[in-house]
Write a protein that binds this ligand. Structure first.
Ligand code: HEC
Ligand code: HEC
Length: 220
């Protein structure tokens, strides 16, 4: 009997600590709090504008980290910085828990933007770029010291929840291209410990596009 009480009180003590630290957000509360985000990030976090990131199915740990970074001014964006300013730690965790539970939408095959207007050759060229991107994602580029994305973002683009490495699969290609270009130019976060800087700096614009098109089509 005594043992049972001990176990129960310990369980209660742990439950108390975790709610104090807000380890996990409340997704029901997050649903209501995410109303102002819908105009840009879409219903259930599937944005319709290709330069606005989808938030659906993203790891809560990563979403919370980004919101803290916007609030602290480490990551800068004219739209997001002011929005994050008004969120408390609990708001961030609740909203992140809500978006993490949503399902990300699938993308259509990107269309190559060139002048010849030949749909057939354009589609073949796009498929070739996607194959090049798949190779880079999986194997990196040894000669130019670009790390394989798979090591941190996973074989299916699912990311790594405990490490707060973002899921990338089915993200908009245009947003991915922007994010990688911003890492390359130091526009996004100048923290030296941000591994994406080193990686993006070694990538060509061609490689950035190819890998982004590939990732946008990952949907398993
Ligand atoms: C006026 C449009 C707008 C609104 C409203 C908005 N966002 Fe954003 N958000 C953006 C844009 C644009 C970016 C991409 C910034 C960049 O390119 O670095 C972004 C990026 C983010 C990111 C980073 C995603 C990633 O993959 O790195 C998070 C998290 C985020 N927003 C959360 C929110 C939340 C939560 C709300 C509501 C409280 C919200 N946003 C409202 C425009 C908006
Ligand atoms: C050593 C681990 C590591 C490797 C390898 C890596 N990444 Fe990342 N990546 C990260 C981390 C960590 C972040 C989040 C950075 C932050 O907090 O802003 C990230 C962020 C990103 C983002 C931004 C996502 C968003 O929603 O804004 C993109 C895009 C990205 N990585 C693409 C790639 C590609 C493409 C490769 C391969 C060429 C790659 N990464 C290799 C760790 C890695």
């Amino acid at each position: 009997m005594k043992k049972k009480w001990l176990a129960l009180s310990m369980a209660l003590a742990f439950a108390g600590t975790s709610s104090l630290l807000h380890a996990e957000g409340d997704s029901d509360a997050g649903k209501g709090k995410s109303a102002p985000c819908i105009s840009c990030h879409g219903e259930q976090g599937n944005s319709m504008v290709s330069t606005f990131p989808k938030l659906a199915q993203q790891h809560a740990s990563y979403l919370t980290k980004q919101l803290h970074d916007f609030k602290a001014g480490v990551r800068k964006d004219p739209m997001m910085s002011t929005i994050a300013m008004n969120l408390s730690d609990a708001d961030m965790e609740d909203i992140a828990a809500y978006f993490a539970e949503q399902k990300i939408s699938v993308n259509a095959l990107p269309v190559l933007d060139d002048e010849d207007d030949n749909a057939k050759t354009d589609e073949a060229a796009m498929q070739a770029m996607i194959a090049q991107g798949a190779d880079l994602y999986r194997n990196g580029d040894l000669a130019r010291e670009v790390s394989a994305c798979i090591a941190c973002h996973g074989p299916l683009g699912e990311g790594n929840k405990p490490a707060a490495f973002p899921a990338l699969k089915s993200q908009h290609a245009d947003y991915l291209i922007k994010a990688l270009s911003d890492f390359k130019s130091d526009k996004r976060s100048n923290k030296p410990d941000n591994m994406m800087h080193m990686i993006a700096k070694k990538m060509t614009i061609e490689e950035i596009k190819a890998v982004s098109y590939r990732i946008s089509m990952m949907n398993n």
